[in-house]
Design a binder for this molecule. Structure first.
Ligand SMILES: Nc1ncnc2c1ncn2[C@@H]1O[C@H](COP(=O)(O)OP(=O)(O)OP(=O)(O)O)[C@@H](O)[C@H]1O
Length: 314
């Protein structure tokens, strides 16, 4: 059982701060590292995998510093995001070469086991150049697993996979977690992370924004104030009616200048609801009671960015 500890870690590149004062603990089982593009996930994974050193702070595995510690690399397997591989060799040759680089006592046996784990024995003698994205991903996975490491790090492993390959990889990661390995993978898709990870760490703009199981992360996201844009045949009357609702914390009317109160095609009502479920439930009967016709109710801030910025600003 292995534990990665990231303590007050920052990493910058010239004047770009990629990772900003992050502290987190990653234990056995599957952890999802969730965050939008540019959040610093790859940089953090590279530091955990020993490819990069932190500018400040420390990254350790079971108490041992990872950076420039050759001995520790035997305990870590890293599946990088980039595609580049030695296309001229076969899957078997590639995995075997990695087994030899690790100076394993039985490189052939290790390569065979790793290829079996990722279900690539049937196609292991074909050139990598002819593999699909998912197959390449599995070969990368086999090279990361060839020395049977207790820690497995994967950078955006589901990118470019078709649904079937995605399900297979999810099952493989779950299995690795069940075996007691410490598995961490990055993703920018909450649903993906939810399905595999028992623990989620959220990163936004280089900072550690939240952590917990998917229920806690979901709750943080759904209980945040929701913004809606509403169009109706009488926005002004609707605004007045909505203001009496307990689930609403703010109402604002905008118009195109042709008069508020009648639907002129450009005006709208902007509502901030604190209780998302209650608001959605009460709006239609409320409009009916006041004889107002609803044309459109649209969430105004459903982008991933806004969800994450909310998490960060808590
Ligand atoms: N080698 C580098 N040199 C300069 N800037 C870098 C370098 N590596 C990362 N960055 C910058 O650090 C920030 C975080 O990048 P990082 O790749 O870690 O994020 P990410 O969450 O993995 O995003 P993505 O999913 O797009 O890879 C970005 O602004 C990126 O441009």
């Amino acid at each position: 059982m292995s534990t990665l500890q990231i303590s007050q870690v920052s990493r910058w590149f010239a004047n770009v701060v990629a990772v900003n004062d992050v502290t987190m603990t990653i234990g056995p089982g599957v952890t999802g590292l969730l965050g939008p593009n540019g959040a610093g996930k790859s940089t953090l994974i590279h530091m955990m995998g020993g490819l990069l050193g932190p500018s400040t702070g420390s990254v350790t595995l079971d108490g041992d510093v990872i950076w420039r510690n050759e001995q520790i690399y035997r305990r870590i397997g890293l599946v990088p995001e980039r595609e580049a591989m030695y296309d001229v060799v076969t899957g078997w040759e590639f995995v075997l070469a990695n087994a030899r680089l690790h100076r394993l006592p039985d490189p052939e046996g290790a390569a065979e086991r790793a290829l079996e784990t990722v279900e690539m024995t049937g196609t292991q003698d074909r050139g990598i150049a002819g593999y699909s994205k998912g197959m390449k991903q599995r070969i990368k996975m086999a090279t990361a697993l060839v020395h049977d490491p207790p820690v497995l790090l994967l950078d955006e492993p589901f990118n470019g996979m078709d649904p079937r390959q995605r399900l297979q990889l999810m099952e493989l990661l779950r299995e690795m977690g069940r075996q007691g390995r410490t598995v961490l993978f990055s993703s920018h898709i909450l649903e993906e992370v939810e399905q595999v990870a028992s623990n989620i760490q959220v990163m936004v703009a280089g900072r550690h924004a939240a952590s917990g199981d998917f229920r806690e992360i979901r709750r943080l996201m759904t209980e945040r104030p929701h913004q809606y844009t509403i169009r109706s045949d009488d926005d002004r009357a609707l605004a007045a009616a909505i203001m009496t609702e307990g689930s609403v914390s703010g109402v604002q009317l905008t118009s195109t200048g042709r008069g508020i109160g009648t639907h002129d095609g450009g005006g709208a009502l902007h509502v901030q609801a604190t209780d998302f479920a209650a608001f959605v439930r009460t709006l239609p009967p409320l409009a009916r009671r006041h004889g107002i016709r609803l044309y459109e109710v649209a969430p105004a801030d459903e982008s991933l960015e806004s969800v994450f910025s909310y998490l960060v600003s808590r």
